[in-house]
Design a protein around this ligand. Structure first.
Ligand code: KIV
Ligand code: ZN
Length: 385
């Protein structure tokens, strides 16, 4: 099996984060960075949703040449036609059509019978294939759908020409065990499933989007969808940087590759955060400000002796320059001495002890001690005869 394909939807599902509205230039800048990051497919937007999104998708399709560009469409001829106009200049025009398959969605939203849903899906995939060489079909709310029905409709859309089938956990409801079982079921019960890429698309409502994506690859998914920093509708999508680093660090458990360049992670995360206006929480895995920061004395001492004691990911792997030993009330003498040496001070042991005591007193009043605070302490200690 080749590398797991990475389908980035920062510019579509990510932009569906409440309060996020990217303009055309911002979308293009993010698209260029996603290309540097090495995603295989980028969903540039939903062309039928607005004139601005149409133009942004068309602009990206014309500019980005090393990544396959796609756009979203409802299962409607008019959406497919508009998407074609936006994507036809791409090197490899690709469409993403979705239609819900769960009883809840079919009854209350679509007001269609399961037979009508199959018919619409097949008709729209057939229609799209007249123009697009690649058509991804998504069974919206797949994880709350009847499995046997899902297997039937998936088989039929593949016969109609779909080249990718996606099984989204639209409402972030599933668990890793259940999602893995869904992929196994599809591999076993859909006779033509090997003709297509099988994709996972997870939302994070219960905080399991990345775990579910990992379960999907273990059980036969060949494509993973997600966003940078996990932004997206409601609680967001699977964070691609977390998924990619988990694969890299746990090759023993997940022996799969991607085409991603992990060193671009930090830069990509920063850019998306800046343009989306969505700050990355300090404790966010992989890209949070504290992901490589150590505060407790015991941890700092361990890291100074050997970083692998408390760091499973090296900062360099994801494009962060170095780890950060934060000087605060839990810091020990070892980290303190290391820090003052970095600031250019070589003190005798008794002076280090004196400075360390002054530093400890300060930490009762201040959460984080800055370089300026240290300079003040060190000057005091040096002039204290
Ligand atoms: O979460 C979802 O179901 C989606 C579809 C449009 C694929 O984003
Ligand atoms: Zn989604």
């Amino acid at each position: 099996m080749g590398p797991i394909k990475i389908f980035d939807t920062t510019l579509r599902d990510g932009e569906q984060s409440p309060g996020v509205n990217l303009n055309q230039l911002e979308k293009l800048e993010i698209a260029k960075q996603l290309e540097r990051f090495g995603v295989d497919i980028m969903e540039a937007g939903f062309p039928a949703s607005s004139k601005g999104d149409f133009e942004a998708v068309r602009n990206i399709a014309r500019t980005i040449k090393n990544v396959s560009v796609t756009g979203l469409a409802r299962a409607k001829k008019s959406d497919i036609d508009i998407a074609w106009e936006a994507l036809k200049d791409a090197d490899e025009p690709r469409l993403h059509i979705f239609l819900a398959t769960s009883p809840i969605h079919m009854t209350h939203k679509l007001k269609k019978t399961p037979e009508e849903v199959i018919q619409t899906a097949v008709e729209m995939v057939t229609y799209a294939k007249q123009k697009f060489p690649h058509v991804e079909w998504s069974a919206e709310d797949a994880t709350r759908s009847d499995r046997a029905f899902l297997a039937t409709i998936v088989e039929k859309v593949i016969e109609a020409g779909a080249t990718v089938v996606n099984l989204p956990d639209t409402v972030g409801y599933t668990t890793p065990e259940e999602y893995g079982a869904l992929f196994r079921y599809m591999r076993k019960h859909v006779p033509n499933i090997d003709q297509v890429a099988l994709s996972a698309h997870c939302h994070d409502d219960l905080g399991m989007a990345v775990a579910n994506s990992l379960a999907a690859v273990e059980n036969g998914a060949t494509q993973i969808e997600g966003t940078i920093n996990g932004i997206g509708e409601r609680a967001g999508n699977a964070a691609l940087e977390e998924f990619a680093v988990a694969l890299n660090i746990r090759q023993d458990k997940y022996p799969y590759q991607t085409n991603l360049r992990l060193k671009e992670i930090k830069r990509t995360s920063d850019l998306v955060s800046k343009f989306s206006g969505m700050a990355v929480p300090a404790n966010k895995a992989v890209v949070g400000r504290n992901a490589f920061a150590h505060e407790s004395g015991i941890h700092q001492d361990g890291v100074l002796k050997n970083a692998s004691t408390y760091e499973i990911i090296t900062p360099e792997l994801v494009g962060v320059q170095s780890n950060n030993l934060v000087l605060g009330k839990h810091s020990g003498r070892h980290a303190f001495k290391d820090k003052i040496e970095q600031l250019g001070y070589k003190l005798a042991d008794d002076k280090v002890s004196e400075a360390f005591q002054a530093f400890k007193q300060l930490t009762d009043r201040k959460k984080e001690v800055t370089d300026d605070d240290l300079f003040t302490i060190l000057i005091d200690v040096q002039t204290n005869i």
